[in-house]
Design a protein around this ligand. Structure first.
Ligand SMILES: [Zn+2]
Length: 283
């Protein structure tokens, strides 16, 4: 449900982003003639039976696939564990390069594919994990979760375990999409301002290590918190950079110029699937 609400909190596209998207849709023959500039970000949700070709692009005319149709927007994979391992692994290279090259006998086409990957899956094959009804064995649970390979999990910035919602919990009053969207738009504006002079970057997620050094100064308390977590959970390069980027975004959402201890603490809580898988299963 959270994943499906994501389009409602995304900031509108800039003119430049919109033109990029329209070009792709035009190549894919999905553009209605004479349509106005698109402002809403694409949200693509292919079924888990979708072929690898339709996901990353291909076919006789090397048309763009779902990952390019989701450019500047969201690619949502529901029941992620049901996608074939081959399809999921084919996302690795585009996630890294933000583009995809499709080769055919007559040549090759390169399409942009800078999308936000959002996935959802049940914690166990039956879906009743943690309740008495669940009859899955530890082995079945592990096997199911291992469908998402390490390299794919590695590339997902935020990984959250979502518990069962208690319908009668009176504190369960969430924020509306509209309120969250206002926060998001402010945070994105700060980011566009930050990367004004940096070509081809318009949000924190796209920062390289050099940008992190430049835009994410950490005070000594925050660094030591990150160091303790890194030692405890054996985080290396890429993972540490992710935590800093997420902390940068949390600081932006609070309109704070500095990344503070509290922002890093929240960031470290944003990946709770990877720490100790077995302990997690037993939780
Ligand atoms: Zn189960």
């Amino acid at each position: 449900m959270i994943a499906k609400r994501i389009p409602s909190i995304l900031p509108n596209m800039t003119e430049e982003e919109s033109l990029e998207v329209m070009k792709i849709y035009s190549v894919a023959n999905l553009l209605k003639t004479k349509c106005a500039l698109l402002t809403e970000r694409p949200f693509r949700a292919p079924h888990h039976n979708a072929s690898t070709n339709s996901l990353i692009g291909g076919g006789t005319y090397a048309r763009p696939g779902e990952i390019s149709l989701a450019h500047n927007g969201v690619l949502f994979l529901d029941e992620m564990g049901e996608f074939s391992r081959k399809s999921l692994d084919s996302l690795r290279q585009p996630l890294e390069d933000k583009s995809v090259t499709i080769t055919r006998v007559w040549g090759s086409n390169t399409y942009p594919a800078n999308f936000m990957l959002v996935g959802a899956m049940n914690p166990c094959p039956c879906g009743y994990f943690g309740q008495e009804k669940c009859r899955c064995t530890d082995y079945e649970i592990l096997k199911y979760r291992q469908k998402l390979s390490g390299p794919i999990m590695d590339r997902m910035d935020i990984q959250k375990y979502v518990g069962i919602v208690d319908f009668f919990d009176e504190d369960l009053q969430g924020k509306s999409s509209r309120d969250i969207r206002i926060v998001m738009e402010k945070a994105r504006k700060l980011q566009q301002e930050r990367f004004r002079d940096v070509p081809s970057i318009n949000c924190n997620a796209q920062m390289t290590p050099a940008h992190i050094d430049r835009f994410c100064r950490l005070d000594s308390g925050t660094i030591s918190l990150l160091r303790v977590a890194a030692e405890r959970f054996q985080y290396i390069g890429r993972a540490i950079h992710k935590y800093i980027k997420i902390a940068r975004t949390i600081a932006d959402m609070e309109e704070s110029e500095d990344i503070r201890y509290e922002h890093m603490r929240k960031s470290l809580l944003s990946r709770d699937l990877e720490k100790d898988k077995l302990a997690f299963i037993r939780r």
